[in-house]
Design a protein around this ligand. Structure first.
Ligand SMILES: C[S@@+](CC[C@H](N)C(=O)[O-])C[C@H]1O[C@@H](n2cnc3c(N)ncnc32)[C@H](O)[C@@H]1O
Length: 226
C-alpha cells in the first residue's frame, strides 16, 4: 500500500476518537432504543445503496469507526473487505467487540481520509458513512472527494446531512436565534452545493437515499466514478 501525496488536512473533531470514546461510540449504537432503530434504518439504506452500486466485489469501509456496518458488508462471501479509520482506537474497538467471524473478514489499516495509504483504484467501492457532515469547508470536501475518487475504481457510497427537509430547517432557525456563535463540528451542506462538488470531482449521482424523506437530514448518495 502506498500513496506519496502529503497529508494536508486535519479536522479538529478527528482528535476525540480515543479508546474511551470508541467504547462509548460502540455502545451507543447498540444499546439505546432510538439509536438501534436508526441503526436498523441506516443498514436498510446501505443495503439498498450496495445493490444500486452493483454489489461491489471489493469495498473499503472508511471511516469504519467501530465497524457498525461490518455485519452488512460481510453478507457477500465473495467480497474482499478492507476497513480504515483515522483512529486506531476505533478500529481496535471494532476488532474487539464485533463477532470474530465478522471482524476477521476485514483487512484493517489506520489512515487519513485525505491521504489514504493505498494505490489508485485500490477497491471497486468506498463505503463512507458519517464523515462528510463533519467537513464544513468547501476545499476540504473537494480534497476528500478527490481522494475517494482516486481510490475507488467504480463507486462511492457516502452519507451526509443535506438541507431541504424539516430537521435542517429547524436547525437553521435555532442557529439564527442564538446570540453567541457556538463551536460547530457538524454541518448541513445544501444539496445544490454538494451535488456541484460531486460533479466538479468527476462523480455522477446514481441515487439519493433519504433516511426519512422531507423530514431527516441524513442522505446517502450512490456515486459513480467517471
Ligand atoms: C461518526 S464516526 C462514523 C464511523 C462509521 N462510519 C459509522 O457510521 O459508525 C466518524 C469516524 O471518522 C473518523 N475520522 C475522523 N477524522 C478522520 C479522517 N481525517 N480520516 C479518516 N477517518 C476519520 C473517526 O475516527 C470516527 O471513527
Amino acid at each position: 500500500m502506498n500513496n506519496e501525496q502529503q497529508e494536508t488536512t486535519t479536522l479538529a473533531f478527528s482528535e476525540k476518537y480515543d479508546e474511551t470514546h470508541a467504547r462509548y461510540y460502540f455502545e451507543k449504537h447498540e444499546q439505546e432504543f432510538w439509536r438501534r432503530l436508526s441503526n436498523w434504518r441506516d443498514h436498510q439504506i446501505c443495503a439498498r445503496a450496495l445493490r444500486i452500486a452493483g454489489n461491489p466485489k471489493s469495498i473499503l469501509d472508511m471511516p469504519c469507526g467501530t465497524g457498525r456496518f461490518w455485519d452488512l458488508l460481510v453478507k457477500d462471501p465473495d467480497c474482499k473487505l478492507y476497513a480504515s479509520d483515522n483512529s486506531q482506537d476505533m478500529i481496535n474497538a471494532g476488532l474487539k467487540y464485533r463477532p470474530a467471524e465478522v471482524a476477521s473478514r476485514f483487512e484493517t489499516f489506520q489512515g487519513s481520509a485525505f491521504n489514504l495509504p493505498v494505490a489508485d483504484n485500490f477497491v471497486e467501492s468506498i463505503f463512507c458513512m458519517r464523515l462528510m457532515h463533519h467537513i464544513g469547508e468547501h476545499e476540504d470536501r473537494l480534497k476528500l472527494l478527490a481522494e475517494l475518487a482516486r481510490v475507488a475504481s467504480d463507486s462511492i457510497l457516502i452519507s451526509l446531512w443535506v438541507d431541504g427537509n424539516l430537521t435542517a430547517w429547524k436547525r437553521k432557525r435555532r442557529e439564527a436565534k442564538r446570540k453567541e456563535k457556538r463551536y460547530q463540528n457538524r454541518f448541513v451542506i445544501p444539496q445544490a452545493v454538494i451535488e456541484k462538488e460531486f460533479h466538479d470531482s468527476g462523480l455522477t449521482i446514481e441515487a439519493r437515499l433519504d433516511f426519512i424523506p422531507y423530514y431527516a437530514m441524513w442522505r446517502t448518495y450512490v456515486l459513480k466514478v467517471r
